[in-house]
Design a binder for this molecule. Structure first.
Ligand SMILES: Cc1ncc(COP(=O)(O)O)c(C=O)c1O
Length: 387
């Protein structure tokens, strides 16, 4: 058994980068002032906020005044959807999304339906891809908001965001385009201005930053109703004392994780190919869920072993210090099949037998070597036990 954990559940969350952890510790210890305080400690904290905002804005090629700090991806998505819908309903009450969004998009939309909004949920193809023209066809003069994720957290599909935004704006230039970029920010190039994105959500713990910290880019001029009532922080859009250490750590993590992107992507590809070839050689009956190559990110591999149970595989791998996920971590404590795998037409046996293996730049070739030999072996043992 390998002494160290082989953590292959990076789409659920990532370990913090050691430098980010150090930075956060220093801030927690020494820069504990409230950014709203008028004294020196307050000013120090305010400067930290401001430089972090600038850093994130530079990563996205937007203005720093267009970045709002939140408590993570869930809050950013809620703020984008409920905040925009409730503030812009006079222009129309139609919202558009897909069936494979994260629950932090689908659940606020359900609440908005109760409030009287109409939501259209589009079906992806078997690889999880949305068709920009099909999306645009459903846009009406009353469509105020479209929300589409950039990278799917369960199967890794990359949506053609620029084409989607362009098709939507051709049909209705007023429609606001929100993108949940929680899984893609720092890993894939993102440029809201060039891609036609008006509002964009990110979350620090998906790129080696701390949990409970995120941000929302809101293009200047877009009206959003705040979710929280309170102080005037974040220009009154997000009340509550800012999490300065978390925010500074997020900005540093964003910079570090964006560095050498090409090399990191190439490494992920090698990891995914190694894993796939070992599994498929030993178990040609395994089924890949979602895209194999170009339309998918190299750091996510969703694979089903029909006849076995994802949860049993997960625990069997845990015995060998290998940590993966069944479908999506957000669902895995509920005994419900993945809505994403259902939407791409996976059959019952594939739904039950799915595991997700997700890499990060902190994984090493030795870890992948170990996991790629162990996983097929564990599957063989489980299969023998079942028959
Ligand atoms: C695509 C996507 N959106 C949103 C979220 C929610 O982010 P957070 O955990 O920061 O609330 C996640 C987390 O799993 C995600 O994968």
């Amino acid at each position: 058994m390998m002494a160290r954990e082989v953590y292959l559940d990076n789409s659920s969350t990532t370990p913090m980068h050691p430098e980010v952890l150090k930075e956060m510790q220093t801030l927690l210890e020494r820069k504990y002032g409230n950014p709203s305080s008028l004294h020196r400690l307050g000013n120090d904290a305010e400067r930290t906020l401001s430089s972090s905002r600038q850093l994130l804005a530079e990563q996205l090629g937007v203005k720093s005044g267009e970045i709002y700090f939140t408590s993570g991806g869930t809050e950013s998505n809620n703020m984008a959807l409920a905040g925009i819908a409730r503030r812009n309903y006079r222009r129309g009450k139609h919202l558009l999304t897909s069936k494979i969004e994260h629950p932090s998009v689908l659940e606020p939309l359900k609440k908005l339906e109760v409030e009287g909004f109409q939501v259209t949920y589009l079906e992806p193809d078997r690889n999880g891809l949305l068709d920009p023209f099909q999306l645009a066809e459903t846009v009406t003069p009353k469509t105020i908001l479209v929300s589409v994720m950039h990278v799917n957290n369960e199967i890794g599909t990359i949506q053609p965001i620029a084409e989607i935004a362009a098709a939507i704006k051709r049909k209705n230039p007023q429609t606001i385009v929100h993108v949940d970029a929680v899984q893609s920010f720092t890993r894939l190039p993102l440029s809201p201005r060039e891609q036609g994105i008006d509002v964009l959500s990110i979350s620090a713990h998906k790129f080696h930053g701390p949990k409970g910290t995120g941000a929302l880019y809101i293009r200047g001029g877009i009206l959003v109703e705040p979710l929280l009532a309170g102080g005037e922080q974040e220009k009154g859009l997000r009340a509550g004392t800012e999490n300065t250490p978390g925010i500074a750590a997020m900005a540093l993590a964003a910079r570090l994780n964006s560095e050498n992107r090409k090399e990191k992507t190439a490494q992920s590809k090698i990891f995914k190919e190694k894993m796939l070839s070992s599994i498929e050689t030993a178990h040609p009956w395994a089924q890949i869920n979602g895209p194999r190559k170009a339309e998918g990110v190299p750091n996510i591999l969703n694979i089903s072993f029909p006849g076995l149970k994802g949860e049993i595989i997960l625990h069997a791998l845990e015995e060998h210090n290998i940590f993966v996920s069944t479908g999506s971590a957000c669902h895995s404590r509920k005994n419900k099949p993945s809505h994403v795998l259902e939407a791409i037409g996976a059959e019952k046996a594939a739904l039950d037998g799915a595991i997700r293996i997700s890499f990060s730049s902190m994984n090493t070739p030795e870890e992948i070597e170990y996991a790629a030999s162990k996983i097929p072996q564990v599957i063989s043992e489980l299969k023998a036990f079942m028959s």
